[in-house]
Design a protein around this ligand. Sequence first.
Ligand code: HEM
Length: 401
Amino acid sequence: MENLNRRRVLSLGAALGLVSVTAPAKAWAWPSADSVAGSGTGSDPAYVWDDATDPLMASLLDKGLVPSVNKAMASWVNNGDPLPGGLPADLTAHLRQVNRLPSWADSAKLARAADFNRRRDTYLFMLYGLGSGIMSTVIPREARSVYWSAGGADMQDRAAKTFTFGYDLSQLKAFEPTGQFVVTANKTRLVHAAVRHLLPQSPHWAGGADQDIPISAADILVTFHSLGTYVRRRLLDWKVPFPAADQEAFLHSWQVALHLLGVPDAYIPQTWAAADAQSAQVLTPILAPTTEGKELAEELLGLTAQIDLGVTRGFLNEFVRYVLSDEIGDWLGLRRDYAAAALVRTAWPAYILFREGLSPLMPGTFYMVDQFVRALAMLFLNKGSSATTTPITIPTGNRPA
Ligand code: HEM
């Protein structure tokens, strides 16, 4: 059984391009020497949450102060904005500590990352949206907590709010005073702290979860690997030109994002090699289907299918299988369309080769694929309806039963 499991992990990891090391370790074995801090206690981040934020948010929720906090925070948007008036004094004091870049942030790298995000936005939309977005539904803890939290009842709104994070991260001035990412990350950190207090009160969470308190530092690292680490690997697999300086800058923007989300520096990978090793340990072995995840995937793909992407649902299913593996496609019950599968597997590489100037021949399928990519990018940019991002607010309850 142990061997079977190990083989399954290795083959799934290989399909996702995420595993290059041998077996997943059981205990936390990732060396803190490979972190941005350069050292640490080596304690398992599965048991690390957010001591600076969680008790504060629990008390705000218990005192019924969150609606007024949300109201006050609505006008707090740009990194350079003063903290809003009308917040409880302890929250203001806390935000004063954390609403800033870490001392190790490198503004040249962050500027380069923003430029990279802009240059590569089409591939990033495809990979974050259809790769990472659907992968999140086979990360059991994430799928369960998203499903049973308040936002799970309205996936369109939740997807729009999550998009705000990616959108603000990829703006040219994301980390500068006129950008919005530092504020968005801080609001997200508060949302996560609220979920840690609220979700354990849900009867569904108590019934189905394998941890007492959701969203540990390890869980956040898992999600990072399903986003940044996965996307980098796919871009390399697809032979999209990706110079070392761009790769480093891309990692740096994620390092700063993780810090702002409250992950201790001792767990944030210093290099891509360290990130790959950590991903092999924490992400690949835990991927699995859940009832909640299957429903979320169907809802997410259904939302996408509402928009005319110029392709069939079969093509969409097969594209997800192409970027995530057939094993994951089977877990999620994505209906097969073998003609579309053959098309995806030839048209997509040909599209990239031509687009990147690596082949002079324009494939016959170029316009079809291009329409798909553009429609998906527009879907993310406009969320199918409005042209502005959706403000992130702190929840006050869970998904109704
Ligand atoms: C909320 C991003 C990790 C569970 C949010 C929001 C953002 C976000 C932007 C606010 C949008 C909203 O309220 O829907 C991220 C990022 C992560 C991360 C960038 C890591 C890099 C996780 C993990 C879990 C999780 C690991 C669970 C295991 C949730 C839940 C909500 C939330 C349950 C609240 C949903 C609601 O009730 O509205 N996250 N998240 N997140 N996140 Fe995360």
